[in-house]
Design a protein around this ligand. Structure first.
Ligand SMILES: NC(=O)c1ccc[n+]([C@@H]2O[C@H](COP(=O)([O-])OP(=O)(O)OC[C@H]3O[C@@H](n4cnc5c(N)ncnc54)[C@H](OP(=O)(O)O)[C@@H]3O)[C@@H](O)[C@H]2O)c1
Length: 329
């Protein structure tokens, strides 16, 4: 398909290097945005049960597939095993619920959303202690859950399996305990949080990096505020070097940020529900940064994590939670 480029995964499957992220959008917004994204040429869609929009996305996919406007094999649909279901016996029923909501027979990639597990009450709310802190489910067993993930591939419910938010140590441990290696590790990755040690390790093991929050996740501000978190987050699109490069290429800062991710060999999944911006984010295949520009952007790392999961109040007590939280530690 025109203008889509792919990375070949360690199982031979091809993953489009730009996908559309779908976190934090209403059903109505996401239905319109996915329609516009498919029109613009996107074929890779990143979702998760946690985003609450699989049914809305499913409705658009069904319309496109039924109308013959796209073939199933042209799509690359990613969804995730949520932290509330990160247990071996929940893997199969959880993907089946996602598939029913997405109106698909299989997904292209199924990820363990987080390396940790949390409990919920019958009403779906998180189980918390008297202080309002989440009670971690410390029974998390990556190897046992992964065994069930591998069965999904054998049963044709997903083409590929992967992980998300896994640290280098967690990836290394999983690699020692698996038959099918993870195809991707979806992590926060942008010029201010490059996680080079983790990225280099994954690449050396043929685990593709999918960069989430590639534009700095501006929308997270509202989410953090809702969870009473005070954050002074950077605006990546306002970085002078990024703005300068954008001007010299006749492109936008967002396009420069995305180019840096794909030119360094990774996949990016920017979210937008704005018609112009989502087109802009896909329109990154007609220019190239110079080697000097890539090096300049690679030198900007500040180790600033935007999506620190502090909205899971108390999650740092889980033994598999490995993020260093610069705001509280
Ligand atoms: N695995 C995980 O734990 C995890 C965590 C976080 C995110 N994700 C995935 O990664 C995706 C992307 O991350 P994200 O949504 O947090 O952040 P992001 O893609 O870095 O940024 C999205 C924000 O930037 C704005 N934006 C998008 N394109 C823009 C442009 N060209 N110029 C200016 N502003 C622009 C969007 O607003 P508009 O919509 O108004 O354009 C939105 O507020 C998510 O949607 C989700 O699918 C995964």
């Amino acid at each position: 398909m025109a203008n889509t480029q792919f990375l070949t995964l360690n199982n031979g499957e091809k993953m489009p290097i730009i996908g559309i992220g779908t976190w934090q959008a209403s059903d109505e917004e996401i239905e319109t945005a996915i329609d516009q994204a498919l029109e613009a040429g996107y074929r890779h869609i990143d979702t998760a049960p946690v985003y609450g929009n699989e049914q809305a996305i499913g409705r658009v996919l069904k319309r496109w597939l039924d109308a013959g406007k796209v073939k199933r094999e042209e799509l690359f649909i990613v969804t995730k095993l949520p932290p509330i279901a990160n247990r071996p016996h929940e893997v199969e029923p959880t993907i089946k619920k996602s598939l029913a909501d997405l109106q698909l027979d299989y997904v292209d990639m199924y990820l363990i959303h987080t390396p940790f597990t949390v409990f919920i009450n019958e009403d779906g709310s998180f189980k918390v202690d008297e202080e309002g802190l989440m009670i971690p489910d410390v029974s998390t067993d990556h190897a046992a859950t992964w065994l069930e993930m591998e069965k999904l591939v054998a049963n044709g419910l997903t083409k590929s399996i992967g992980i998300s938010n896994f640290s280098k140590e967690q990836v290394a441990r999983l690699l020692k305990n698996c038959k099918i290696p993870p195809a991707t590790n979806q992590i926060e990755h942008h010029v201010y949080l490059q996680q080079r040690d983790l990225v280099d390790f994954c690449k050396s093991k043929n685990v593709v990096i999918t960069a989430y929050a590639p534009l700095g996740s501006k929308g997270i501000a509202k989410f953090n505020a809702g969870a009473n978190l005070v954050r002074d987050l950077p605006d990546l699109m306002d970085i002078p070097e990024v703005k300068e490069m954008a001007a010299s290429h006749g492109k936008t800062p967002a396009q420069v940020l995305l180019r840096w991710i794909i030119e360094t060999g990774n996949v990016a999944i920017p979210k937008s529900t704005n018609p112009d911006r989502l087109k802009q984010n896909f329109n990154v295949f007609d220019f190239k940064l110079t080697e000097e520009e890539v090096a300049k952007l690679s030198a900007l790392d500040k180790n600033i994590r935007v999506c620190d999961f502090a909205f899971f109040h108390g999650i740092e007590r889980h033994p598999e939670f490995t993020f260093k939280n610069q705001y509280t530690n």
